[in-house]
Write a protein that binds this ligand. Structure first.
Ligand code: UDP
Ligand code: MG
Length: 344
């Protein structure tokens, strides 16, 4: 397929200035809408750019749609196909690792982050800021439940976290290459991007925007996904048996408090049955419940240490499309396999 006559012309001179990083998970309906809206906006900005798309193990036609976009916008769109669904944080890490722009902008595929805001982000970057956060002025497009849980989450993390995690700023932001290089020095597997972005610091400013409703499809981050995301997204493998103890501990401690009030009330009304018995039992239950909470919390940390010690890669790439220019030095895994097959 030859490029359309109206396809944006790629200026091959000079370095790539901006990289848009876009994670796609089962977004086949959103793909064409995304490119139709984003490409004109980027053309208007007038800087050389690339769109790094990560297919995060989609089970629908997303990959085919992305491959079509590579043909339609040659040299502008690059696709990294992951071997399975690794989650949005891992997909963004993959995109960061493959981006070559002097600044990068992670943006959702569903157009909830309006591309028109990119011009404002770039304007602030040109003023000399290394990080430009897009902060949601209004969350009315989210459900009541999501707004409330987000408020609680930010209130909670704001109190207990060592770094200031800006409230209502998602992954939509502009980061200079120096920030990306700093990010790549953080080796952790549990990639809580918001926290990591906050930890690296740099000169930061904000731009406010109104979050739009989803362009097509449905949200991929349902309640349990968000919950685990808040607990750094570690449900897999063996952290669950450890975690269960903290819940059990809370339940027992709660039961002990309820039982204690019943005993106290009964004693006040009917008088003492066996002196000392009730108080002993409640203290016993309460302290064993508290022990379990402690054990469970240690378990949370041990589970994270386990994941870090295994040092598995954050993501695995199955294929790359449209990366020839940027990745010419690296052999494609597919090509290698094909060469081996031909030799045999
Ligand atoms: N996403 C992803 N992997 C996942 C879940 C989501 O790459 O496992 C992508 C998704 O395709 C979208 C972005 O992350 O581009 C945000 O997801 P979504 O819109 O479902 O989240 P919400 O906006 O509802 O928080
Ligand atoms: Mg969304």
């Amino acid at each position: 397929m030859s490029p359309r006559p109206d396809a944006p012309r790629l200026d091959v001179r000079g370095p790539i200035e901006l990289s848009l990083l876009v994670p796609f998970y089962n977004e086949e309906a959103a793909v064409p809408l995304f490119f139709d809206r984003v490409v004109p906006v980027m053309e208007a900005i007038g800087l050389r750019y690339e769109i790094v798309c990560v297919n995060d193990g989609s089970r629908d036609g997303t990959l085919a749609m992305l491959a079509a976009a590579v043909t339609r916008y040659p040299g502008l769109v690059r696709v990294i196909d992951l071997s399975r669904n690794f989650g949005k944080e891992a997909a963004l890490t993959a995109a960061i690792d493959h981006a070559s722009g002097r600044a990068v902008i992670p943006i959702d595929a569903d157009l909830q982050d309006p591309p028109e805001v990119i011009a404002d982000l770039v304007a602030r970057w040109r003023e000399g800021y290394e990080v430009v956060l897009a902060v949601r002025a209004d969350r009315s497009s989210d459900s009541w439940f999501k707004r409330k849980t987000a408020d609680w989450f930010y209130a909670c993390i704001g109190r207990i976290s060592e770094v200031d995690i800006p409230a209502n700023a998602g992954d939509f932001r502009l980061m200079d290459r120096c920030v990306i290089e700093a990010m790549q020095r953080l080796p952790e597997r549990a990639r809580f991007m918001k926290g990591m972005f906050a930890w690296v610091g740099f000169r930061t400013t904000t731009v406010s925007y109104i979050r739009a409703p989803r362009s097509a499809g449905t949200t991929k981050l349902r309640f349990w996904r968000l919950w685990n995301f808040a607990l750094e997204g570690i449900v897999s493998f063996s952290s669950l048996p450890l975690r269960i103890w903290s819940y059990l501990g809370f339940a027992i401690a709660l039961a002990a408090v309820v039982y204690m009030s019943v005993v106290v009330a009964k004693t006040l009304i009917y008088g003492v049955e066996v002196p000392g018995y009730a108080s002993l039992l409640t203290v016993l239950l309460l302290s064993s419940g508290l022990n379990m909470i402690g054990l469970g919390i240690i378990g949370e940390y041990v589970a994270r240490i386990f994941v870090e010690v295994k040092a598995r890669p954050v993501y695995l790439v199955r294929d790359r499309i449209g990366m020839e220019a940027a990745e010419s030095a690296k052999p494609e895994p597919r090509t290698e396999a094909a060469i081996r097959l031909a030799a045999e």
